[in-house]
Design a protein around this ligand. Structure first.
Ligand SMILES: Cc1cc2nc3c(=O)[nH]c(=O)nc-3n(C[C@H](O)[C@H](O)[C@H](O)COP(=O)(O)OP(=O)(O)OC[C@H]3O[C@@H](n4cnc5c(N)ncnc54)[C@H](O)[C@@H]3O)c2cc1C
Length: 378
């Protein structure tokens, strides 16, 4: 994106790509259909040590700018939900569009390029297995550390350190949770079950589905909250987010006194889930009619259903994470241009920077917007 925009402005640009192909993450994104932006992009959709940093770039290159480009290429797309725009056909449409823009303005794309060193030398000098490049400016767009099999490297962070920029600790974001205790058994039993929840912790709350897996929990609500989660913390899951009455469960005792608790809950939650919760929460009372439950016990179960506090053992890590939190400290960069404040001509854009989007097309929108900010300054 940055290469195409800079070349359009008349710059001579080379893209140096280590793997066989540029844009591999575009191809695998959004289940192969690339959730390329979100119509409701706001700075609040990003996590960063400096929440203000992303504002300038996001306001100068909006989702509508990118949608304009997509329309120019007649790429069919649709809104899946919550402003999330996906290709109708394939993520390849987005990659082909960016490559066509690069080709049109004469960008040289060099794949299989192993960079050996980057030095200041009247501008910059890059030594690689494909020869030496000299450039007035270098834009680092090496992404994050997720999906190691994609050939990711920490090189962008290393360049930052080499030039004296600080890098904030990195960790996996938008990633499923794993469990080791009784919850692991429960999740395994329920693997494939998904339901609408309000999933929260002290910093954030997401009204979305959770999905039980063989190893733990996934689904959009879990991926979202994982970006706000630190090892050792608990996550609260409200399994009945639309229920606001204080005593809805004790009401059933009056209306359905002869029913089993499992039966009434099964009207509102997946039956398999209720069966597993019964094993853990009221095993002794499984065959008892509601009339024989004390109000206190029902209130306790209701509280657990609406604030199920779970302590993940960890996350699946970079192996399956969609993004990397942390990265090049935004204090080191100009929010207008993404240029290093202390090293002129050195730029950092995209995921390598400490700006991480929520799930839903926000990470690509940051990649496009930060690329635009840098390209306009080159
Ligand atoms: C499975 C999956 C699905 C996703 N789906 C979505 C989605 O639908 N919507 C969304 O908004 N976001 C999605 N994301 C996140 C999104 O893909 C990234 O945030 C985005 O690609 C970041 O763009 P980038 O240009 O900063 O880095 P990347 O796209 O990761 O590109 C970095 C490039 O740098 C190259 N590189 C790395 N190190 C070196 C080196 N040493 N020398 C030369 N080249 C190097 C890499 O090979 C790669 O081509 C998804 C991520 C994953 C893993």
């Amino acid at each position: 994106m940055c290469a195409a925009l800079a070349a359009r402005r008349g710059k001579r640009v080379a893209v140096l790509e280590r793997t066989s192909k540029v844009g591999k993450k575009i191809l695998m994104s959004g289940g192969g259909r690339c959730n390329f932006t979100n119509m409701y992009t706001e700075p609040d959709n990003y996590i960063s040590a400096n929440p203000h940093f992303c504002k300038s770039a996001l306001s100068r290159y909006t989702p509508w700018d990118f949608i304009g480009l997509v329309c120019q290429y007649d790429i069919p797309y649709h809104e899946k939900k919550l402003g999330q725009l996906f290709c109708d056909n394939s993520a390849k449409d987005i990659l082909d569009m960016l490559l066509a823009e690069c080709a049109q303005f004469g960008v040289d794309v060099h794949t299989y390029c192993e960079i050996h060193s980057l030095q200041e030398n009247n501008g910059f000098r890059i030594d690689s297995n494909r020869g030496t490049y000299c450039a007035e400016a270098v834009v680092i767009a090496t992404g994050g550390l997720s999906i190691p099999t994609m050939g990711v490297t920490p090189y962008g962070y290393e360049v930052a350190v080499q030039f004296g920029l600080s890098v904030l600790p990195t960790r996996a974001g938008l990633v499923p949770f794993v469990f080791t205790d009784a919850i692991k058994t429960l999740c395994n039993e329920l693997s494939g079950v998904s339901l609408d929840t309000l999933t929260s912790n002290q910093q954030a709350a997401f009204r979305e589905n959770i999905l039980f897996t063989h190893r733990g929990l996934s689904g959009p609500a879990i991926l979202q909250i994982s970006s706000y989660w630190l090892q050792g913390e608990t996550v609260d899951i409200n399994l009945l987010p639309d229920e606001s009455a204080d005593d809805w469960l004790t009401q059933y005792k009056i209306s359905d006194p002869k029913s089993l608790l499992k039966t009434v809950l099964g009207q509102r939650l997946p039956k398999k889930l209720v069966a597993e919760l019964e094993k853990q929460w009221w095993p002794q009372d499984a065959r008892k009619p509601l009339a024989e439950f004390s109000n206190q016990q029902l209130l306790q179960i209701q509280k657990q259903l609406q604030g199920w506090a779970l302590k993940p053992a960890g996350t699946e890590g970079y192996r399956t994470a969609e993004v990397t939190l942390g990265g090049v400290d935004t204090d080191e960069l100009s929010s207008k241009s993404m240029e290093s404040k202390n090293k002129s001509g050195l730029y950092f854009i995209g995921e390598v920077v400490d700006v991480t989007g929520h799930l839903g097309g926000f990470n690509f929108q940051w990649a496009w917007a930060s690329a635009y900010a840098a390209a306009m300054d080159l």
